[in-house]
Design a protein around this ligand. Sequence first.
Ligand SMILES: C[S@@+](CC[C@H](N)C(=O)[O-])C[C@H]1O[C@@H](n2cnc3c(N)ncnc32)[C@H](O)[C@@H]1O
Length: 273
Amino acid sequence: MITNIIPTDGLNYDISRMKDVKLLMSPTDLKFLIRMLKIRNPKKILEIGVCNGGSSYYLLKESSPKSIVHSVDIETECPHDRTKMCGYTVEENLNREIWENRWIKHLGMDVIDCIDEIGGDIDFVLIDTVHTMPGEFLSYLAIIPYLKKGAVVVLHDVYDNYHEIINGKMLTTWNADSFCTGLLLSSVPSKKKYMPDDDVPNIGAFIQSGKEMDYVMDVLRALFVKWRYIPEEMMDKYSVMIREKYGEKASKFFDECLKMQYEIKNGKYLDFA
Ligand SMILES: C[S@@+](CC[C@H](N)C(=O)[O-])C[C@H]1O[C@@H](n2cnc3c(N)ncnc32)[C@H](O)[C@@H]1O
């Protein structure tokens, strides 16, 4: 249930540099992100999905100078400009004093590979990666045990499929399958969810209730929809993590889901579409 709608019109944050820093968000999305930061005033921030570094720029600029920001991207070179590293726009646009001793980049890896090093007590997260299944679901499952009760988790591009199609930007069928963060937002067992007051918002957030370990099956069940891709090189790590962190029942469920995804991929089931 979406319990809190945030009006973003009246928020007077300085977002004038969003184009310079090549942020991949709309003005409404950015105002919502900053509002969530101000509500929580976090000490330990985790960003998953960096690209140019536009969201890193605002997470660093708008949070307390005493906070630490960990930024994770599976790529080392920026997918939008391969001559530069992910996050380059922070170094190019933000005063060094603001980020120098509080920004830790984890590039060329998935969050499952660095979450132990990042450690617990995370109280603010932005997840903004592929948007197709199983994408952000896996990232979220990898970090739940490291989140503080009351942590804010912001998900971007929650209705990317809708927005890409309506705006006529849809180039491939990939975008039509771009509903992963929306499904995640719907399936998390949080009673406190937030969205901006757009007709069809493209960003949302929820608060960790602290009971996620008990309700992880709600999240796992949603994984049974057809995946857009199987990140094969990471699946063993995820299977082991699910067993270790969430127990035998969750592990059997996840492995069954994975088996089904491979069967679909290998054409075992007829496509009636
Ligand atoms: C939409 S962009 C991020 C945009 C950025 N948050 C912003 O608003 O400026 C998505 C990024 O996610 C990264 N990515 C894809 N899969 C990932 C994964 N499993 N873990 C971490 N990053 C991932 C891509 O390499 C890409 O740089």
